[in-house]
Design a protein around this ligand. Sequence first.
Ligand SMILES: NC(=O)c1ccc[n+]([C@@H]2O[C@H](COP(=O)([O-])OP(=O)(O)OC[C@H]3O[C@@H](n4cnc5c(N)ncnc54)[C@H](OP(=O)(O)O)[C@@H]3O)[C@@H](O)[C@H]2O)c1
Length: 290
Amino acid sequence: MVNVHRLWPLPPEPSSDESENTPKEVTRIGSADDVGDQAHGHGTGLTGPTGPAVDDAELERLYAYPEPLERPWVQAHFVASADGAVTVHGRSAGLSSPADKKVFRLGRDLADVVLVGAGTALVEGYRGVKATEVRATRRARLGLSPVPRIAVVTDRCSIPPDSPLITDTSVPPLVITPAAAPADLRDALTEAGAEVVVVGEHRVDLRAAMSELDRRGLRRVCCEGGPTLFGGLIAQDLVDELCLTVSPLLAGGDAARVAFGPLPHDPFRLRLVSVLHSDSSLMLRYQRDR
Ligand SMILES: NC(=O)c1ccc[n+]([C@@H]2O[C@H](COP(=O)([O-])OP(=O)(O)OC[C@H]3O[C@@H](n4cnc5c(N)ncnc54)[C@H](OP(=O)(O)O)[C@@H]3O)[C@@H](O)[C@H]2O)c1
């Protein structure tokens, strides 16, 4: 049983002189007062609040895509250590936790398509999203197909046609690649069952890729990274939401951070929309402030 608690948004606070005097632009996420000293037994004021527990329905509501969607909406999911690493020994698994996995699974369950870079798909051994009964039931309730498709982005068309991403799936994956990708590799992927989508001449044009997803009615886009793809999306201001789990670990080393790539003219501003915690992991959700 994974216990996930909500820090933000909190239920409305009772009005008091103190809260009335709080400047509106400074919003309190929580303090030890919210749970009382006895909850942690210290009364130091340094321990954060537990916050109300969050059930599956509330999680669904918190992570839901906006409705109606008139264009693709990119909700990116990452897990990083407290010192910013996205891998431990080259993979993300060592950073995750039951609560992070729950939110990650939810990301897939709410999406029309899972967008991923070829590097992540290969390193993490991607295959088609499993069509479980629980997933299909939840998705049917939300008006979604039984499983989201996977769309993999690759300049070099580097996904082997016999990889489980292509062969072990109940829905054809999309392989998004530029015209310059070797034709024999593209043909082999098509033959193996993938839908090859050509966008851009020498490099994948991510904006055009979004239009292709849109054309297929795939507007709820769950991007699972990795850093290179995410950096490319950031550079073109195509990210709408970042769901970031901060794991209670110091990983050190030379691991990448969540984004890598071209430098945008200025950083894009985000707005904090929810904060959950579980077992010292923080699950932050930010939306692009457009
Ligand atoms: N902690 C986490 O949440 C998390 C999440 C995801 C991944 N990771 C980790 O990140 C590492 C992989 O990093 P990565 O940066 O290599 O991942 P990536 O972005 O998934 O893969 C990079 C590759 O994807 C393709 N690609 C990405 N962006 C593209 C673009 N804009 N246009 C065309 N092709 C594009 C290229 O493939 P081709 O070379 O085929 O052209 C590129 O070499 C792995 O160790 C993985 O475990 C961690």
